[in-house]
Write a protein that binds this ligand. Structure first.
Ligand code: GLN
Length: 485
């Protein structure tokens, strides 16, 4: 039977009642990880995890994470454990320190059983852009549909029942989109709420720690563990941490939700629309006030290009340290410039090079005003538009994705020039640093799709409270697509 397909709270109860031990859980998770056929792992920490489970200090037994096997995306530094961000340029890199997220998880008693595959350095959303190739969606046994990315391995590991908590990162939607395709709960809290120390930067002003769980309760409970000031990340917030589980079940009557009309109008899938509208009705029955609100179509259409310019510019600058000298791969060369050129030519994939070219081009002296500065101004207009909606509402709610998981044969980077505003709109929450959560809404032909809820900065308690009402109304939680089904 096993435990790994359950939610965190259920596994925690089994541990407390001594029905199972941390070592048994770790062995179960490692066996599932090894048997898995979805290409979720860069590295399975078998030896390390077994050792940790044996030595685990049971004074931490009350913590929800005590003895729980988890996975971490491969762009988090893990001391003595290979960390590649799924890039050839970091081949064989073994960090000498752990990220703050990893430290806090381990201090709470969690046991990392693996580092998960991702789109190289966090860029791209296909789940096919890492150096180990495509990561599969466990809901599709024919392996023809994507799980999405960039946190593909984490999304696939939780959806396939290997672990009940999977850490990802979210710069544009990299947790919240694969959560929609994988029927899990994907959260990125407010920018600054969780320390980014030791998370490889992709675009620092947009990067967020995020994670996947199987229920809203689990998501809130994990924020209790991870949130809070960290002296090692000066951009982390000083705001006091709340108990995020406390208000989960408070009544939602009188709360106000805005649905962005233009985003819903851009969705063609009638089943997704019908399920979403049905859920709005269910929320109304709980007393939630729901209004359809308009945002200027031009601004919504500008989200994707603005995101691409700002994130590529920051990525170009942030990743300049990957020079073939400091870490990972080093190609031969007689001078520093030659080593740098040869290493970066070999170490990065085409997608990364394309992003660096976009970033470098928009930062050139002669282009900067027209591209980078204009994109920053546009970012401000986008954030102002969404914030002015949030001035009047508790949250913004829309389908997370306009479709179920796309086919692997579809080329996701090819749609520049012809893209739907419903496809990449969730990046507005990264631009504004707003807390945002995706949770399951329904299934179509066996493939899941989710809804996405976004609240004001540092208003996570309210976000969880509304998300709980959605979860209660759909009844969709603890969803797992088992390998053998
Ligand atoms: N799809 C976005 C991109 O390609 C999201 C990436 C992310 O959130 N890390 O950059």
């Amino acid at each position: 039977m096993g435990y790994m397909h359950l939610g965190l709270l259920d596994i925690h109860e089994a541990l407390i009642k001594n029905k199972v031990t941390p070592l048994e859980l770790v062995l179960e998770a490692i066996e599932l990880a090894k048997k898995g056929t979805n290409n979720c792992f860069e590295y399975i920490c078998e030896k390390e995890a077994i050792e940790k489970a044996k030595k685990l200090d049971d004074s931490k037994k009350d913590n929800i994470l005590y003895g729980i096997p988890i996975v971490v995306k491969d762009n988090y530094s893990t001391k003595d454990i290979p960390t590649t961000a799924s890039s050839n340029i970091l081949k064989d890199y073994v960090p000498i320190f752990s990220s703050e997220v990893v430290n806090r998880l381990e201090e709470a008693g969690a046991i990392i059983i693996g580092k998960t595959t991702m789109d190289e350095l966090g860029m791209g959303g296909s789940g096919s852009a890492g150096h180990l190739g495509t990561t599969y969606n466990p809901w599709d046994k024919t392996k023809t549909h994507r799980i999405g990315g960039s946190s593909c391995g984490s999304a696939s590991a939780i959806a396939s029942g290997i672990v009940p908590l999977a850490i990802g990162s979210d710069t544009g939607d990299s947790v919240r989109k694969p959560a929609s395709y994988g029927a899990s709960v994907g959260l990125k809290p407010t920018w600054g709420r969780i320390s980014r120390f030791g998370l490889f930067p992709f675009a620092a002003s947009l990067d967020h720690v995020g994670y996947f769980t199987r229920s809203v309760y689990d998501s809130a409970a994990i924020l209790n563990v991870l949130a809070g000031r960290d002296e090692k990340d000066y951009s982390s917030s000083f705001k006091p941490v709340e108990d995020y589980t406390k208000k989960l079940n408070e009544p939602v009557a009188g709360k106000r939700i805005a649905v962005i009309k233009e985003i819903v109008d851009a969705i063609n899938d009638q089943d997704i629309l019908a399920t979403f509208k049905n859920n709005l009705e269910q929320l109304r029955q709980r007393g939630v006030v729901i209004d359809f609100v308009s945002i200027d179509y031009k601004l919504l259409k500008a989200i994707y290009p603005t995101y691409i310019i700002v994130s590529s510019a920051e990525a170009t600058s942030n990743n300049a340290n990957l020079d073939g000298v400091k870490f990972g791969l080093r190609e031969p060369g007689k001078t520093y410039e030659e080593i740098l050129k040869n290493t970066r030519t070999k170490g990065f994939s085409k997608l990364i090079k394309r992003r660096f070219i976009i970033g470098g081009y928009s930062l050139l002296k002669e282009n900067r005003e027209e591209l980078f500065v204009r994109a920053q101004k546009c970012r401000r207009l986008i954030v102002d538009a969404f914030n002015s909606v949030l001035d009047k509402f508790d949250a913004i709610y829309c389908p997370a994705t306009p479709t179920v998981a796309p086919l692997i044969s579809s080329n996701l980077e090819a749609f520049i020039g012809d893209y739907s505003i419903a496809d990449d709109y969730m990046a507005f929450a990264n631009m504004g640093g707003l807390p945002s959560i995706t949770l399951p809404l329904g299934f179509k032909d066996g493939l899941p799709f989710g809804g996405n809820l976004t609240a004001k900065a540092f208003d996570e308690s309210n976000l969880f409270n509304l998300a709980q009402a959605i979860e209660d109304s759909t009844g969709l939680k603890d969803l797992v697509a088992k390998e053998d089904e």
